[in-house]
Design a binder for this molecule. Structure first.
Ligand SMILES: *[C@@H]1O[C@H](CO)[C@@H](O)[C@H](O)[C@H]1NC(C)=O
Ligand SMILES: *[C@@H]1O[C@H](CO)[C@@H](O)[C@H](O)[C@H]1NC(C)=O
Ligand SMILES: *[C@@H]1O[C@H](CO)[C@@H](O)[C@H](O)[C@H]1NC(C)=O
Ligand SMILES: *[C@@H]1O[C@H](CO)[C@@H](O)[C@H](O)[C@H]1NC(C)=O
Ligand SMILES: *[C@@H]1O[C@H](CO)[C@@H](O)[C@H](O)[C@H]1NC(C)=O
Ligand SMILES: *[C@@H]1O[C@H](CO)[C@@H](O)[C@H](O)[C@H]1NC(C)=O
Length: 928
């Protein structure tokens, strides 16, 4: 059935004509993978331990490999496993399984956790020169789907001098439209004879990604393809990365366009963009100069300026780029087809793709479906319904938005959550979607951090878009409007998350087929690290999961209408998750309902489209204009203040001991006397409209004088701890920044594109680390990053100019420029006699990797992350702990060592959460 779905937007990209004179076609290379793989495994592991262990655990690939040796593994009979062989198909599809293991016995006692396993895979790659001997060494274009890491090492590795392998993350979630990763060969190939390289892949079976067969043998389905490309001083368009909005009645539904561009070599800066030919009443404008590092892909941000209808079928844009190496200028023509939708007055409504700039400059798409009816003059706009998709569901496919109940007066908003965005979808994808919806969990950031920001950003963008065009005002929304939340699977989990972290923005919530938190979904019991680590350190590491533990924050839903929906036979997210979450809510004295659909599995078309859900929505929407009911007693629970909103106007802004939960219990007694009991809170605030309701106030048993009226000009009233259980009050219209740190992942919640600074621009491995992280940020989170070389550029571009956007700084602990940056230490890390010192501990052993959060040089709401190492292997270890995936337990700072290769987090030398003011936090720190 070859159906071309109507929402397909065809991209017509015209690649710039290549200047053949400059670049002799240099395809004198052929790459070939051997067909047979060597496989070593399975080894027990818990999800995300791979970030701490060596990806080649238990072997060391810088040593010659002995294919006859065996290794201990508790999964195997007699406790040892050896190398076996398996074949890939011609397309690179590889199935890895271990039929000799008695899986059902393991599963009978350990459950899903026992299916988690790790394996090391090896294959040979041979490069053949086919023409001429002067060919430029090629570079590899690698697609590793559902494998966790890949390394390419020279055949003759194993000598003392050989440098540690560079590990590159695979596309473990099989995200759509991920570009191949450019990997430089570790050594140039011979131009006269074939050259063989070893390819190593870390293969990790995660139930969340591969599904959990009820019976049978867990099988990894990995795909590896390797192409070659000749680096050249040029750029090319990458249409799969483009972001474009639809046009309704000739008007752009959003102000952002993104054009994917990749450098094939050299540093290129996009300096201009114009519509071609120019029009009087429609223009695009480059939002900011965008610089591409060699082999880097970025999405160029273009701003739409429109004053009249635009009805052409295509948008033709000309980009101008200059090379900073040669001063050469080139223009790239880009042609987008435009999807025009009819005016809503025709009564013809359909889902619309809108766009906005996330984090100031990152073009981002969302999808929305208008309310069926217009508001009459006397009707207030009705709140929108924010709908969070499950893992593996692309919002550009109609699958998700079509499974949502259409509303008479409410918009349906489906944000992408920062995962990739489809432009062209086939019927095949719909079928795949239905399959993966059934077994792919946990992707991107699970609607936390940047994904949560994108969810709110999409709602705010819709409000802004509708406000601009008067003909859309009959369906407009009000600023700061509260929403009703819905979500399925990972999105159901996200609905619990957003509602309980931002309760004042939410009117009601329908979480469907949701899991509570990742550790409840698949337990961490088969952990290797756990056999080595001091449980005190483990507790500190696991505090970085606290912000994601939905059950701990259910106190915040005390007055929230909740309807949890779950298929009674769900074989993917077990139904007890919803029952348990509702049970926890009930113990906080909240009202909540769970509805089970007997015999239904994880996904069924009526999961959100049914009478019960509609009745719930009608009820919540009808009461929307009223003031939300408020219990006499409620408790606000917070883990990371900067990533949490208020409850009934009360907000926790700073914790006494970050890393532990903060709680604020508010009790209303007769005569509007308010009694507050704090736990681990250092600063909290209320908005002035709540203040007016307060008769008298006691905080932690001390009466607080309600001095004069704080004044209606003051937006918030702040309470600061002033000694043990004593508080002082301050009214101010100035919002103080809330505590931003708490775990390393908070680094991703940047307010603008990230800056990746390489201190030593002559270290190709440091530059490669920046390129690897930039690639991962784009692939996994669609977060944009600019690479900046050298300490001078850092000073000029980021410190002196006051740029916002979080900053990653990559360098060696002995770098001279690091010494000058840390000259006035703002954390306990400092440089003494040219070595890095933490408290009194000198960090100068080979193999150490150090990560720590640090204040941003300019932006009090921003952060810097130092990624330091004592040598190349330490850099690799630290790099794998950069927060690309959820569930990797890294708090604010961490020091890892070569022991981690074999013992995972057991090799951690120190870890902790900063105190307020970025200082040492005794109860939440551990140093060997
Ligand atoms: C490889 O391992 C086998 C089995 O442990 C051992 O007998 C053999 O000596 C090893 N070969 C080398 C070259 O180390
Ligand atoms: C890889 O190449 C080596 C020679 O370098 C050879 O001994 C080995 O059999 C090859 N392995 C595979 C899986 O082709
Ligand atoms: C590029 O142009 C700038 C000024 O336009 C000049 O200072 C610089 O030397 C030129 N660089 C090269 C490599 O030609
Ligand atoms: C509704 O719009 C679609 C395009 O979005 C168009 O194909 C269809 O003919 C329209 N139907 C009516 C009744 O206008
Ligand atoms: C739960 O269901 C009961 C009736 O079954 C209803 O009265 C109540 O309002 C519902 N609560 C919520 C929070 O939806
Ligand atoms: C490193 O930076 C210096 C000055 O900032 C510059 O002169 C040099 O060309 C750079 N080297 C590389 C490899 O980019």
């Amino acid at each position: 059935m070859a159906i071309i779905l109507p929402f397909i937007l065809l991209f017509v990209g015209v690649t710039a004509a290549m200047d053949q004179a400059h670049f002799p076609t240099n395809l004198g290379w052929k790459a070939e993978l051997s067909k047979s793989w060597d496989v070593l495994g399975p080894f027990p592991i818990h999800a995300r331990e791979q970030q701490f262990l060596s990806p080649s655990y238990p072997i060391t690939i810088s040593e010659p490999i002995n294919f006859t040796r065996t290794w201990p593994s508790s999964y195997a009979d007699n406790g040892r496993v050896g190398w076996t062989k398996t074949q890939a198909t011609a397309d690179g599809d590889l199935k890895v399984s271990f039929p000799g293991i008695r899986w059902s016995d393991l599963r009978a006692t350990e459950g899903w956790a026992a299916l988690q396993h790790h394996a090391v895979l090896h294959i040979n790659l041979t490069l053949y020169p086919t023409s001429g001997s002067n060919a430029t060494p090629p570079r590899l274009l690698v697609q590793l789907v559902q494998g966790s890491y890949i390394a390419i090492v020279p055949e003759a590795s194993g000598s003392e001098s050989s440098s540690p392998p560079e590990w590159h993350a695979g596309n473990i979630y099989a995200l759509e439209r991920t570009l191949p990763r450019a990997i430089d060969l570790p050594t140039p190939p011979s131009t006269t004879s074939p050259t063989t390289y070893h390819v190593f892949v870390s293969g990790d079976y995660e139930i969340r990604l591969f599904g959990a067969p009820r019976i049978g043998i867990p099988t990894q389905a990995i795909k590896l393809t390797i192409d070659i490309e000749t680096p050249k001083d040029w750029v090319q368009l990458e249409p799969t990365q483009d972001v474009v909005c639809d046009f309704v009645d000739g008007y752009a539904f959003g102000d952002a366009i993104g054009v994917g561009v990749r450098s094939l070599g050299g540093w290129w800066t996009v300096i201009d963009a114009v519509l071609s030919p120019k029009l009087d009443d429609f223009a695009v404008e480059l939002l900011s100069h965008t610089t591409l590092a060699p082999s880097q892909t970025r999405i160029i941000p273009l701003h739409i300026i429109q004053t009249a209808q635009f009805t052409r079928p295509t948008l033709s844009i000309k980009l101008t780029l200059t090379s900073s190496d040669t001063n050469r200028t080139l223009t790239l023509p880009v042609v987008h087809s435009v999807k025009h939708l009819p005016a809503w007055s025709s009564g013809n409504l359909s889902a619309i793709s809108g766009t906005y700039f996330y984090g100031q400059e990152m073009p981002t798409a969302f999808s929305a479906f208008p309310p069926l009816l217009e508001n009459t003059e006397h009707q207030e706009p009705q709140p929108p319904i924010l709908c969070l998709h499950g893992a593996g569901v692309d919002i550009a496919s109609p699958f998700w938005i079509d499974s949502l109940p259409r509303q008479q007066h409410s918009w349906l908003v489906t944000p992408s959550g920062r995962t990739a965005w489809v432009r062209a979808v086939s019927i095949l994808l719909i079928i795949i979607l239905l399959i993966i919806v059934n077994h792919r969990k946990l992707k991107g950031l699970d609607w936390h951090g940047p994904s949560a920001k994108d969810a709110w950003g999409s709602v705010d963008a819709l409000v802004a878009i509708l406000a601009v065009n008067p003909s859309w005002h009959t369906r407009k929304l009000a600023d700061g409007m509260r929403v009703v939340l819905m979500g399925h699977s990972n999105g159901g989990q996200g609905a619990w998350y957003l509602a309980s972290r931002f309760p004042d923005r939410v009117l009601g919530v329908v979480p469907a087929a949701a899991y509570i938190k990742s550790q409840s979904y698949v337990p961490l019991i088969m952990s290797r690290s756990a056999h080595f680590i001091d449980p005190a350190v483990r507790a500190i590491l696991e505090s970085s999961l606290t912000p994601d533990d939905n059950d701990l924050f259910l106190s915040n839903l005390v007055d929230m209408p909740v309807l949890a929906v779950h298929g009674g036979n769900d074989d993917n997210v077990p139904v007890w998750h919803s029952r348990e979450a509702v049970n926890v809510l009930l113990s906080w004295n909240a009202e909540a309902n769970v509805t089970e659909d007997p015999r239904q599995l994880h996904w069924y078309p009526s999961v959100l489209k049914n009478n019960q859900v509609q009745t719930f929505l009608d009820d919540v929407l009808q009461k929307a204009s009223h003031r939300r009911p408020r219990s006499k007693t409620f408790t606000l629970t917070v883990a990371v203040p900067a990533e949490s909103g208020s409850l009934h106007g009360w907000r926790i802004e700073r914790l006494s001991v970050p890393g532990r939960l903060g709680r604020l219990t508010v009790d209303t007694l007769a005569g509007n006397e308010i009694r507050i009991v704090t736990s681990n809170v250092d600063r909290f605030s209320i908005s002035t409209d709540v203040w007016d309701d307060i008769g008298s106030l006691r905080v932690d048993n001390a009466a607080l004088e309600l001095q004069q009226d704080p004044g209606s000009t003051a937006g918030v009233i702040t309470f600061e701890r002033d000694g043990w259980r004593s508080w002082k009050l301050e009214a101010s219209s100035q919002k103080l920044p809330a505590q931003v740190s708490g775990r390393i992942q908070s680094f991703l919640s940047t307010s603008a594109p990230l800056h990746l600074v390489v201190l030593d621009n002559t270290s190709s491995r440091d530059v490669s680390m920046a390129l690897r992280i930039a690639y991962d940020l784009n692939a996994y989170h669609k977060l944009d990053a600019e690479i900046i070389l050298g300490p001078e550029s850092f000073q000029e571009r980021l410190v002196a100019s006051g740029a916002v956007g979080n900053i990653l700084l990559i360098g060696n602990t002995r770098s001279r420029s690091l010494a000058s940056i840390l000259e006035n230490p703002q954390t306990p890390f400092r440089i003494e006699n040219n070595v890095l010192v933490f408290k009194d501990e000198i960090l100068d052993e080979p193999g150490q990797g150090i990560l720590f959060l640090h204040p941003h040089p300019r932006d009090p709401n921003g952060q810097m992350l130092f990624l330091l190492s004592t040598d190349a292997s330490g850099l690799e270890r630290a790099g794998r702990l950069f927060p690309i995936r959820t569930g990797v337990t890294v708090p604010d700072w961490l020091i890892t060592s070569s022991r981690a290769d074999q013992t995972g987090a057991g090799g951690v030398l120190g870890a902790g959460v900063w105190s307020a003011g970025w200082s040492w936090n005794e109860p939440m720190s551990w140093l060997y």
